[in-house]
Design a binder for this molecule. Structure first.
Ligand code: MN
Length: 404
C-alpha cells in the first residue's frame, strides 16, 4: 500500500510504476512514473537527491535509463517503491506529484529499429483463409519460426497522434489494374510491443534465456494497416507502404518486473521448435486487451494464447547476428483468440467487410471511416489481486491528403 491513495480500478497501483515522458504544455519533456492519477516527476526527484542516476531521468526520452541495464532498472524500482510506500518519505516526495490530467504524455523512447511479428495462430489462420481461400491458411514455415518484417521506425508515434488516411496503389473491386487513391480498407491491429534496453554488438545472437537482460518493458501497439494496399503490394516481400504510414504506441512503458505475476506458459508447440527457439518457463504474459471503436468495445483479444512468445521472438530476430539497439521495438503481431469477439483486427472481425459490425448507435462498420477513434487498453494480473494496467493507445483517423 502506498501513502498515496490509489483507486482500486486505477491502471497504475504501486505494483505497476510504468515509466513515461511528460510535461505540462510548454514545459521541458522529462521522465515520470505513473501512480494512480498522478505522475511522479522522477527527474525533479533525482535532482533533489532522492533518487540515483539523475542523468537517466532529466532527459527527453527513456533511452539513457533503458541503456543503463537491468541492475539500474531493479535498483530504481526498489527505491521508488520505498519512497511511495514509506510514510516517512511522504514530505520529500509529495511536492513532485503532478496530476496526470494536467500534463502531456510524449513519445516515451527514441525508437531504434522496429520489427513486427505475426505470432497469433488464430490471426494468421483467419487472414490466410480470407486472402487465400483455396490454399493452406498457414504458410509452411509458420510453425517453425516466428514470421516478422522490419517496419518503419520513423512513423512510430505516441498515442493520441492523429492518423492521416494513407493513399497508395490498390485495385478496387474486380478491377484488373491498380489506381492511386486513398485507402478504402483502413484497419487496425491490436498488438503488444517489447522495448529493448540493453544493446548488443553486431554478430552476437541473444539466447531466449537472456531475454529479460535485454527487454526493459512492454507497451500497447496499434499497427494501422491499409489492407487494399497490402494485398496488392505484399507479394513476394511482405508489407511495405500498407504499414509504414503510422504505428501507434501507448505512452507508459510497463517494466517486465511489474509483470512477474502475469507470466503464463505459452501454448504447446508442434512441431517442437529448433533448440535456439526453445521457450523459457512461463514465457507468455496474461494480458487482456480491449479494443474500442468510437467508445464501443468491439473485441477482447487474449495475449496469453500467443503461439510464439517474446523470448522466442528476440532469439529469432538476433539469431543471424543482427545487433540490438537501445529503443528497439518488437511487436507481437495482431493478437486474436479463438472466439469471434477476440479478433484483433477489422479484417477478421468483419471477414474482409462481408460481415459488417453493427454498433449500438445504429452505425455499421466494415473498415475505418474518417473521424473514427480507435482505442486499445490492456490489463494483467498483479500480486495479491491487483491489476497492472497499460493505459491506452488511441488514435483518430483524419481524411487523406494530397493527390487522389
Ligand atoms: Mn502487425
Amino acid at each position: 500500500m502506498s501513502w498515496l491513495p490509489v483507486s482500486r480500478d486505477s491502471d497504475f497501483p504501486i505494483q505497476n510504476l510504468p515509466y513515461g515522458v511528460f510535461g505540462r504544455p510548454g514545459e521541458l519533456h522529462r521522465v515520470g512514473v505513473a501512480i494512480g492519477d498522478q505522475v511522479l516527476d522522477v527527474a525533479a526527484l533525482a535532482m533533489a537527491g532522492a533518487l540515483e542516476y539523475p542523468e537517466c531521468f532529466v532527459a527527453r526520452s527513456l533511452n539513457t535509463f533503458l541503456a543503463a541495464g537491468r541492475s539500474v532498472w531493479q535498483q530504481t524500482r526498489q527505491r521508488l517503491v520505498q519512497l511511495l510506500d514509506d510514510g516517512g518519505a511522504r514530505p520529500s516526495v509529495e511536492p513532485y506529484l503532478v496530476p496526470m490530467a494536467d500534463v502531456l504524455l510524449h513519445m516515451p523512447f527514441e525508437i531504434g529499429d522496429y520489427v513486427d511479428f505475426y505470432s497469433s495462430i488464430e490471426h494468421a489462420t483467419n487472414v490466410g483463409q480470407i486472402l487465400r481461400p483455396d490454399g493452406e491458411p498457414l504458410p509452411p514455415n509458420w510453425r517453425h519460426l516466428p514470421i516478422g518484417y522490419h517496419g518503419r521506425a520513423g512513423s512510430v508515434v505516441v498515442s493520441g497522434t492523429p492518423i492521416v488516411r494513407p493513399t497508395g496503389q490498390r485495385k478496387i473491386g474486380k478491377a484488373s489494374l491498380p489506381t492511386h487513391g486513398q485507402s478504402q480498407r483502413l484497419d487496425i491491429e491490436a498488438e503488444v510491443g517489447f522495448v529493448v534496453g540493453t544493446p548488443t554488438s553486431l554478430g552476437s545472437p541473444v539466447a531466449a534465456a537472456d531475454y529479460a537482460d535485454h527487454v526493459f518493458g512492454v507497451v500497447l501497439v496499434n499497427d494501422w494497416s491499409a489492407r487494399d494496399l497490402q494485398v496488392w503490394e505484399g507479394q513476394p516481400l511482405g508489407p511495405f507502404l500498407s504499414k509504414s504510414f503510422a504505428t501507434s504506441v501507448s505512452p507508459w512503458v510497463v517494466p517486465l518486473e511489474a509483470l512477474e505475476y502475469a507470466r503464463v506458459d505459452g501454448p504447446a508447440q508442434d512441431p517442437s521448435p529448433l533448440p535456439y527457439l526453445r521457450r523459457g518457463e512461463r514465457a507468455g504474459l496474461d494480458i487482456a486487451l480491449k479494443v474500442s471503436l468510437n467508445g464501443t468495445v468491439i473485441s477482447r483479444p487474449p495475449f496469453a494464447g500467443m503461439y510464439w512468445t517474446a523470448d522466442q521472438q528476440l532469439a529469432h530476430l538476433t539469431v543471424n547476428g543482427a545487433p540490438l539497439r537501445t529503443g528497439d521495438l518488437f511487436a507481437s503481431g495482431t493478437v486474436s483468440g479463438p472466439q469471434v469477439d477476440q479478433r484483433g483486427s477489422l479484417i477478421e472481425l468483419t471477414w474482409d467487410g462481408d460481415q459488417p459490425l453493427a454498433l449500438p448507435d445504429g452505425v455499421i462498420r466494415t473498415y475505418l471511416e474518417d473521424g473514427d477513434v480507435v482505442s486499445i487498453r490492456g490489463s494483467a494480473p498483479g500480486v495479491n489481486g491487483t491489476t497492472i494496467g497499460f493505459g491506452e493507445v488511441t488514435g483518430q483517423i483524419l481524411p487523406a491528403r494530397g493527390s487522389r
